[in-house]
Ligand binder design. Structure first.
Ligand code: 4NP
Length: 167
C-alpha cells in the first residue's frame, strides 16, 4: 500500500503540533502501522519557520521518553498534495485549515476527536481544543501531552481498523 500521511497542525508549530507529531510517531512505532503511516507537523502561521520546538515542549517530551527532531514549517495549499489526514489542535486551526484548503480532498479532523472519551463532539466544540500552552506555565505542557496521548491512542486504533479492515 502507499504510505498514509498525517500532518498535525497548530498555530506556530513550536508547541502543540510538534508534540503531537512526536507522540503519534511513537504510538505508531509500537503498532503494526509503523511502516505504512508517516507523520509531519506544521503551523498555520510562519512566525517560527526553521525554528526548533519551544524548549518547554522539548523538555516535556524528553521527560516522557518521546524523541523529536523537527523545525518549524508553515502549512500552505501544497500540503494537500502530500497529506491524507490533517489533525487540527483547536477550532481556530481547523477554520484556518479550511480556509487554506484547495479543492483537492483530504480529511481534516480535530486531534481530540480521536479520544474515545470525547466521541460525538463536532468541530467548533471547545471541549475538543488542545489549549495553546505558549503563554502559560510548564503544567500546561503536561496537560497538552496527556490530551495528545489519549487522542493518539484512539487515532492509531482507528487507523488500524481503516487500513487493515479484516484483521
Ligand atoms: P503552538 O503555540 O501553536 O502550539 O505552536 C504557539 C506558538 C507560538 C505562538 C503562539 C502559539 N506565537 O505567538 O509566537
Amino acid at each position: 500500500m502507499s504510505r498514509y500521511r498525517i500532518a498535525a497542525v497548530c498555530l506556530g508549530n513550536i508547541c502543540r503540533s510538534p508534540m503531537a507529531e512526536a507522540v503519534i510517531r511513537s504510538y505508531l512505532a509500537d503498532s503494526e502501522l509503523a511502516a505504512d503511516v508517516t507523520v509531519d507537523s506544521g503551523g498555520t502561521q510562519g512566525w517560527h519557520e526553521g525554528d526548533p520546538p519551544d524548549p518547554r515542549a522539548l523538555a516535556t517530551l524528553r521527560a516522557h521518553g518521546y524523541p523529536l527532531n523537527h523545525r518549524g514549517q508553515r502549512v500552505d495549499a501544497t500540503w494537500w498534495d502530500r497529506t491524507d489526514l490533517f489533525l487540527a489542535m483547536d477550532a481556530s486551526n481547523y477554520d484556518d485549515l479550511m480556509a487554506i484548503a484547495p479543492s483537492r480532498p483530504a480529511e481534516v479532523r480535530m486531534m481530540r476527536s480521536f479520544d474515545p472519551a470525547l466521541a460525538g463532539r463536532v468541530p467548533g466544540d471547545p471541549g475538543l481544543d488542545v489549549p495553546d500552552p505558549y503563554y502559560g506555565d510548564d503544567a500546561g505542557f503536561e496537560r497538552v501531552l496527556a490530551m495528545l496521548e489519549s487522542s493518539a491512542a484512539g487515532l492509531v486504533a482507528e487507523l488500524r481498523d481503516r487500513l487493515y479492515p479484516s484483521t
